[in-house]
Design a protein around this ligand. Structure first.
Ligand code: ADP
Length: 480
């Protein structure tokens, strides 16, 4: 077990795409070629041996005929047979024995065994009419036995035993094998060179991307230029990488802009407070009324800063990853009614008519605090950016999937070209007016964040001087 886990450790270290690709290329290249070379050599050997055996068998058949026809076992007229025997034995470099029914060797081309009795299982079996063969691969020879059949008497009258060397076949086989080994070796070397080149070409873009990312991580300049070329997959990665870098740059720029906006927004009240405080400090014996007036101004600047900081905290909370939503099932009709109740006094102050229309009872899963703030901003804006004696109409409706809130007003309206910008943080069309009404320019950004958190949508329709309509769509069931 310890060895296996050690091996696993080692394998993990070399678990690189390059190494894997290299191994696969080599394995799938070299293995089939080696196996094929080996098998083809073996096939050559066995087919050459079988061919030799069948040649010998056909010679044996000829000899068998000659034995029967010449009446070899009885007569002395055997010249033709002897010639054939010697020829075959010479050409194939082997030995031929002819054995009669008494298992006596009547002819041995080597002349050693003439007249001797031979007892061998193969020969005895051959008398029952079957051929036999025996291949000795170590000593590189074959032995075959063929029955001599007398077709008239329909009996086996003797056996031809042949023993031949197949050394020359083996020599050919070994030469062939040697050639194949040389071929496989050369092929492997070429394949290794190719594999190294291919692996390098494939891995290079990945390494280049990895080193670019490392550079960025180490605090280097963000470089969107990665040189990925050739393969579609890598070009896709490069495209995604460039998109990601563009997105990062946008986030970075927007963060910088946000910080400078925040500093600027907070600087304005601080500067005016400093001016007010300096003028109080620099003058002696000021009347109490002037003190009070200045202090009131300082108080309203403090109030403004407080508003900005509160709004900023809300934005940071809603944008942060740690933002948690407390979702409950809420009666939306009553929920909107509650919001209107707190806003009505501001409307009454400027004689603005606040109308609420609702078409059906609606319940939905929402984060009451966040969506409350969002809807509150919309209705408050409709009152703030309205003319005295104007109207604000809030309409609530729903279908089986969403509920819809519409806030329409008779106010100053929003020029078409600025409609996409009003959701940006700190964006205000009329700075002075927004300032007078205590606006921070963060309200609609907060509203949009809350609506997106609910996977809803917000749209604005307006023309300058002709009022504005904000429509919001929120799913009835909260989706994470
Ligand atoms: P503010 O705190 O200034 O109200 P918001 O983010 O709520 O900030 O709104 C951004 C700007 O959009 C406002 O300054 C205002 O100029 C414009 N705006 C928002 N709602 C309306 C509306 N109902 N009618 C006209 N202008 C609007």
């Amino acid at each position: 077990m310890a060895i296996i886990s050690k091996l696993n450790e080692k394998l993990k270290r070399v678990r690189s795409l390059g190494v894997l690709l290299f191994i696969v290329l080599i394995l799938f290249g070299v293995m089939p070629v080696s196996v094929y070379s080996f098998i083809s050599s073996r096939l050559f050997l066995s087919s050459a041996i079988s061919q030799r055996i069948s040649e010998l068998q056909s010679h044996a058949a000829i000899i068998s005929n000659l034995v029967v026809n010449s009446g070899f076992f009885t007569s002395e007229n055997v010249t033709e047979l002897n010639t054939e025997l010697n020829q075959v034995a010479d050409v194939y470099r082997g030995r031929i024995l002819i054995i009669d029914r008494r298992l006596t060797v009547v002819k041995d081309t080597y002349g050693f065994e003439d007249g001797k009795i031979i007892i061998s299982q193969d020969i005895i079996n051959t008398f029952s009419g079957a051929n036999s063969k025996y291949i000795n691969n170590e000593s590189e020879y074959v032995e075959i036995t063929v029955p001599i059949k007398d077709s008239e008497k329909k009996e086996t009258i003797g056996v031809i035993f042949m023993s031949f060397s197949i050394e020359n076949i083996y020599t050919l086989y070994r030469t062939r094998l040697q050639q194949n080994v040389t071929f496989v070796t050369v092929f492997t070397v070429i394949l290794i060179v190719f594999a190294v080149l291919i692996v390098k070409a494939v891995i290079k873009p990945v390494s280049s991307l990895s080193s670019t990312i490392k550079k960025i991580t180490a605090g280097g300049e963000i470089d969107s230029q990665v040189n990925f070329s050739g393969y579609k997959e890598f070009e896709d990665i490069a495209a995604s990488y460039r998109d990601m870098i563009a997105e990062l740059q946008t986030i970075d720029e927007s963060r910088q802009e946000f910080v400078s906006n925040v500093s600027h927004e907070l600087k304005t009240p601080i500067t005016s407070m400093k001016v007010l405080a300096d003028s109080l400090v620099g003058q002696e014996e000021l009347p109490v009324e002037l003190y009070r007036e200045f202090m009131q101004d300082i108080d309203s600047e403090l109030e403004r800063m407080n508003n900005i900081i509160n709004d900023l905290l809300t934005i940071v909370k809603s944008e942060g990853a740690s933002s948690t939503s407390i979702v409950t099932t809420v009666n939306i009709n009553e929920f909107i009614e509650g919001l209107l109740k707190t806003l009505r006094p501001i409307a009454v102050e400027r004689n603005i008519e606040l109308v609420y229309e609702t078409f059906r009872p609606i319940t939905a899963e929402i984060d009451e605090v966040k969506l409350g703030m969002a809807f509150n901003n919309l209705i408050e804006n409709a009152i703030k950016y309205n003319y005295d004696d104007g109207w604000v109409r809030v309409t609530l409706n729903a279908d089986y999937k969403y509920f819809y809130l519409k806030v329409a007003d008779s106010g100053v309206g929003i020029p078409e070209e600025l409609q996409s910008r009003i959701f940006e943080r700190f964006y205000r069309i009329d700075k002075a007016r927004s300032r007078d009404t205590g606006g921070t320019g963060l309200g609609l950004a907060i509203t949009r964040n809350a609506i997106l958190l609910h996977r809803g949508a917000i749209k604005v329709y307006s023309k300058e001087g002709q009022g504005a309509v904000f429509t919001v769509r929120i799913p009835l069931y909260f989706q994470k």
